[in-house]
Ligand binder design. Sequence first.
Ligand SMILES: NC(=O)c1ccc[n+]([C@@H]2O[C@H](COP(=O)([O-])OP(=O)(O)OC[C@H]3O[C@@H](n4cnc5c(N)ncnc54)[C@H](O)[C@@H]3O)[C@@H](O)[C@H]2O)c1
Ligand SMILES: O=c1ccn([C@@H]2O[C@H](COP(=O)(O)OP(=O)(O)O[C@H]3O[C@H](CO)[C@H](O)[C@H](O)[C@H]3O)[C@@H](O)[C@H]2O)c(=O)[nH]1
Length: 328
Amino acid sequence: MAILVTGGAGYIGSHTALYLQEKGEEVIILDNLEKGHEEAVLGTKLYRSDLRNEDVLDEIFRAHHISSVIHFAANSLVGESVEQPLEYYDNNVIGSYTLVKKMVEHGVKKIVFSSTAATYGEPKSIPILESDPTIPTNPYGETKLAIEKMLKWADEAYGLKSVCLRYFNAAGADPLGRIGEDHTPESHLIPIILQVALGQRENIKIFGDDYQTEDGSCVRDYIHVMDLAQAHYLALKKLEETNESGIYNLGNGTGFSVKQVIEVCRTITEKEIPAVITERRAGDPATLIASSQKAKEQLQWEPQYPNLEEIISHAWYWHQANPSGYKK
Ligand SMILES: NC(=O)c1ccc[n+]([C@@H]2O[C@H](COP(=O)([O-])OP(=O)(O)OC[C@H]3O[C@@H](n4cnc5c(N)ncnc54)[C@H](O)[C@@H]3O)[C@@H](O)[C@H]2O)c1
Ligand SMILES: O=c1ccn([C@@H]2O[C@H](COP(=O)(O)OP(=O)(O)O[C@H]3O[C@H](CO)[C@H](O)[C@H](O)[C@H]3O)[C@@H](O)[C@H]2O)c(=O)[nH]1
């Protein structure tokens, strides 16, 4: 039996595929390589295709004994989603709809879905619980919430069981440096700071320092990509054992401001890393911190790398060895 990983050539998907293989699972990857990299796919079959291609999904479900699906493939940039909402509905909602339709047709009944803290919008209280209101402030979060709801109704109608994992800020890289984070253009905070440390950018722009936080910059909960990978594996095990759907936050429960993250990067890299304050970025909540108690209790999830210094060290190890990203 194999696990189909959509978006498995991307950042979190490739780390999860590697983790699953190390646990002895057979993995098949589907990725259109628009954002992903062939070089990030290690030791497994890659179908280079779009998720919305029904024929390819039919081919995969016929050719392999797929027991379950882990679904990462999506567009995932908050700002871009505000400018191009239809692209997000097309790729995220129609892509997921096509996948779920084909799973139902082929009798595949288990899915783990990449959801996001962006489903909550501006939080009412911190730390954020799964039962808190979900009022997204951008199309990206809206599309992810729409998919969560589609999965809930697909469970009721067809018995398709799902675990939706709402990640907070993914960061870090494989501790052995085999794969890492490579987005073009990069928009995430930690890799951008590390590009400054490598001399590829002049400075890091701090998007606003007038938020209601201790030092005025935004606070986020950074979670190691390998700890996310572990959670996907445990979510699949839980689905196999209990056959129950669920929604879980994944974060460390500790918030770091943008300024604090820059400071930790200066310590790890021993570089100056100039920073400048600029305008706020549209759609950024001041503080996002997860309560992950539910995942710890129900999935037996235990993050192995909760320390921000270690998360950044692993990212730095990858970026130093691959300053221009994956070697083509
Ligand atoms: N990075 C984060 O901090 C974060 C936080 C919360 C949730 N997420 C979610 O996790 C998932 C993975 O995020 P990531 O950071 O690894 O992104 P990524 O862009 O690195 O990976 C996504 C992969 O999906 C592929 N893809 C996209 N649309 C496709 C399609 N229609 N058909 C086939 N392949 C397609 C891309 O080529 C890419 O390889 C996304 O669903 C994202 O919304 C990410
Ligand atoms: O050059 C930069 C880049 C980012 N930031 C700030 O750093 C923080 C983190 O920003 P990222 O872009 O790294 O991450 P986001 O919090 O915007 O989003 C990430 O986490 C979200 C959930 O919390 C979504 O799921 C999304 O897909 C994922 O990229 C934000 O306050 C942002 O304003 C800067 O100050 N300067």
